[in-house]
Design a protein around this ligand. Structure first.
Ligand code: ATP
Length: 792
């Protein structure tokens, strides 16, 4: 039988369906709020966001001692981010609740600069309704607000939100509060429960839990902002969470009407979420997996959204949905809704394991007529900690003696740890000890080359151990035809694994500078992390004394190769970049995201220590990923290991020469050098008689300080780069390259600045297209930009 196209099916079904079902309208239907509070904190007057409001003055809502502070910048902006209420002592907001039900509570925080209070130094707890909403919470000085969302099922009566400074000298603050009743049955009381071991059961009593939204993802689509969501939620794209991005593709945007099935998804998620999806890129891939960093060993409500916009035929597609690898359920939209293009969703209560990640995946089924699998949306809400009932006050004398005993115990433990660590000479990281674990008991001889203690790291996820013969086959026995490069570790080959996955194979060779430590570190670091902007380690091989690392293949090679041909850093480094300014900015943004994740996204911080344009790789779509973790973390190992000598000059933090310590801010410095390489298309160090030109960081800053950075930019950019974008970029590089590391920004701020530079460039391009003018005056960013940023 000839397969019907979705549009044909809809055409046939339309008359029947209009009688039986109502259509979801793509434009967001307004939600009429029964119980609602939108509060503009620290102000008597109203403010509003572009999307919703008005946010009314807070005078009749707060109780306690407080101070109202104003944003220093003289903006005409009337958003609630212009004022804040600051608390030096525990204080609260009170709301009258007339109707029992699940409420959405949003707290908006924006640390603006003000002479009256240093909001960026705030450190506080927020609690409400017997739950700890936020603990030791702080907000960085940033150009975007932080919005924290909670779901609580409240009784009628007073609802109180307490703001409690963490200690006497700290402060608490808030800019805006939303409290409104969610639509009926928004959160169920029961859901399928999945334990970390994959056990399935029933979780009952969800309505007596407090939930904190941690992820809200529009899978396969772009950002959906509050404007397009009837409950003013922000949905962000899923790309950064894909474990193996090469296995997935965005489905075609569905342009027909969605059909309401048995589950009414009005308000559950906007139509924008259901009309996009990720599906398998090719039928030879078995699954698409996403990983979300969450609190370890805690409970989460995971809501997954589906809508079959990918099938062409009814009932032909069924696939599996997995949580971790142990829980699996069948998804067949035909069995659930009997319709194509009809949204449905599932709720699971998932207990996170010790890895600190929740992994979900969709897998194709062998017995499905159509071989595919898809997902449209996902939300993760963490269950909040319940507050302990206050204990009776202990006598001061008791407290004193307990403290003394504790002090002695801590002292003894510390002494024991020091003695033990001296004896064992175990490897350490900056935080808690970080041991090599993969190789215990393996018969390879390299594990015996070092006598270091080998212990098990509790939360290490093993990467695939690939047989040597498989690697030999993949690289045609390390044939020079597939040799693509050579670094300190050894030669790099292009290979194809038996499943058809293209890989880069790094094979250590005797005589190369790097060795077992780098090999171990690379596996250790990369086996614990998966991020869209970090090159994934697919596997390793340690058979026959080999040290081989297998990575995802990055089709377009290194960023450096796209910027200039560097002939042993010769003076004649000719620019060969075909990359536009927008592409370069996007590459910098991607790399900043990867580094930001390394610095802050994991329980233990990772310092890359070798950030340079040769360690930023580009995939076929020019998406940039940070690579080469062989040197990361080694800074805190045995002091006789002078890893600094292995680092590339021209990128090295000047403070390293005095402190012999590398920190996150050293990565920021090196990244500043990369920014200049991108702008000027020349190497970090160049041999030339003109002394001031040798070091790119010095050379770039010389021109930046003169305000004439445009004089040294890559000639191919001259006519295409917008002056405001260049100015922002130059300032960002300057901040990264500050000699004093304490004055350098965090990667998060660098990322924001770069995104701003991109927006300036794009705004100017649109303007050029619109009015076809050659005027390159500075584009003004609408104040609403701030309000469009995602909650998370
Ligand atoms: N995942 C990958 N995909 C595609 N090509 C790669 C990949 N990894 C490395 N390469 C290629 O192999 C070359 C050598 O890489 P490698 O990481 O070993 O050395 P390097 O970073 O250039 O130098 P060093 O190790 O001295 O810092 C790179 O320049 C790049 O062209």
């Amino acid at each position: 039988m000839e397969k019907l196209q979705p549009c044909q099916i809809l055409f046939i079904l339309f008359p029947i369906l209009t009688i039986q079902f109502c259509f979801l309208v793509l434009t967001t239907s307004a939600y009429t709020l029964p119980d609602k509070y939108f509060i503009n904190c620290g102000s008597e007057s109203s403010a509003s966001l572009e999307t919703h409001g008005p946010f009314v003055g807070d005078l009749s809502y707060w109780v306690g001692s407080s101070k109202a502070v104003k944003n220093n910048s003289q903006s005409k902006n009337t958003s609630p981010y212009q004022t804040a209420r600051v608390f030096h002592k525990s204080s609260s907001y009170h709301f009258d609740i007339d109707e029992r039900g699940t409420y959405i509570i949003r707290l908006h925080f924006f640390a603006f600069s003000s002479p009256d209070a240093n909001l960026a130094s705030a450190l506080f707890n927020v609690q409400a309704f017997g739950f700890l909403l936020l603990s030791d919470f702080s907000v960085l000085l940033s150009d975007s607000p932080k919005i924290e969302e909670f779901l609580l099922t409240l009784d009628r009566g007073k609802f109180v939100i307490d703001f409690i400074p963490s200690h006497k000298s700290s402060l608490a603050f808030v800019n805006a509060i939303e409290v409104f009743l969610a639509p009926e049955s928004f959160i169920p009381d029961n859901a399928t429960q999945i334990t970390a071991a994959g056990m399935k059961g029933n979780f009952s009593g969800l309505l007596s839990q407090g939930l904190h939204t941690t992820y809200r993802i529009n899978v396969g689509g772009s950002k959906v902002t509050a404007t397009n969501d009837s409950l003013w939620r922000n949905w962000i794209p899923d790309d950064d969470f894909l474990t193996y991005p090469e296995t997935a593709k965005n489905s075609f945007l569905f342009e027909g009407p969605l059909i309401t099935g048995p589950q009414n998804t009005d308000y559950v998620a906007p139509a924008h979420v259901y009309i996009t999806a990720k599906e398998l890129k090719q039928t030879n891939y078995s699954n698409i997996t996403w990983g979300f960093k969450v609190s370890k060993n805690s409970q989460h409500l995971v809501r997954v959204h589906f809508c079959d916009i990918v099938s062409t035929q009814h009932g032909a597609l069924k696939f599996y949905f997995h949580v971790y690898s142990s829980f699996c359920t069948n998804i067949s939209s035909y069995d659930i809704t009997r319709l194509l293009a009809s949204p449905f969703y599932f709720d699971f209560v998932v207990e996170s394991d010790n890895s600190g990640f929740i992994n979900v995946s969709v897998h194709q089924r062998n017995d499905s007529e159509t071989k595919n699998a898809f997902l449209n949306g996902l939300e993760i809400m963490e269950m909040l900690e319940k507050l302990q009932k206050p204990k009776k006050k202990t006598q001061p004398i008791m407290v004193g003696s307990v403290a003394a005993v504790l002090f002695v115990v801590v002292l003894i433990v510390a002494l024991l740890v020091i003695l033990k660590s001296r004896r064992a000479k175990s490897y350490r990281t900056s935080g808690r000890p970080f041991y090599m674990s993969l190789y215990r008991g393996s018969s390879n001889n390299w594990s015996s080359k070092r006598t270091a203690t080998v212990s098990i790291a509790p939360d290490l996820k093993l990467v695939l151990k690939i047989p040597y013969v498989e690697i030999q086959r993949a690289t045609k026995n390390f044939n020079s035809e597939v040799l693509i490069g050579e670094g300190m570790f050894g030669k790099v080959y292009k290979g194809t694994l038996s499943e058809g996955v293209k890989v880069a194979v790094k094979r250590s060779e005797p005589g190369h500078g790097q060795g077992i430590l780098e090999f171990q570190t690379e596996i250790m670091v990369l086996s614990q992390i998966r991020h869209h902007h970090l090159v994934s380690l697919i596997g390793y091989c340690d058979e026959r004394s080999e040290m081989i690392l297998v990575y995802e293949f990055m089709e377009k090679g290194t960023l450096r190769d796209h910027l200039y041909i560097s002939d042993a850093d010769s003076e004649k480094s000719t620019s060969r970049s075909e990359l536009s300014w927008e592409q370069r900015l996007k590459i910098c943004i991607d790399s900043a995201k990867g580094l930001h994740y390394l610095h802050t996204g994991l329980a233990r911080r990772i310092i890359h220590c070798a950030v340079k344009s040769a360690n930023i790789l580009l995939n076929e779509d020019y998406v940039a990923k940070v690579a080469d973790f062989g040197l990361s973390k080694l800074v805190h190992l045995d002091s006789d290991e002078n890893t600094g000598t292995k680092r590339s000059f021209g990128y090295l933090d000047p403070e390293y020469f005095m402190s012999l310590q590398l920190t996150e801010k050293s990565d920021v410095y090196s990244f500043g050098v990369v920014l200049l390489e991108v702008l000027c298309a020349r190497p970090a160090i160049m041999t030339t008689d003109r002394r001031e030109e040798v070091n790119l960081a010095e050379w770039g800053m010389l021109w930046q300080k003169k305000g004439q950075l445009e004089k040294i930019i890559d000639p191919v950019l001259v006519d295409s780069i917008n002056s405001s974008s260049l100015q922002k970029f130059g300032e960002t590089a300057e901040k990264c390259l500050r000699p004093n590391s304490a004055e350098r920004p965090m990667m998060h701020d660098v990322l924001w600045d770069l995104e701003f530079a991109l927006r300036l460039q794009l705004t100017s391009m649109h303007r050029d297209v619109d009015d076809d003018s050659m005027n390159s005056s500075a584009p003004e960013l609408a104040p609403q930009v701030v309000q469009h940023l995602p909650s998370h």
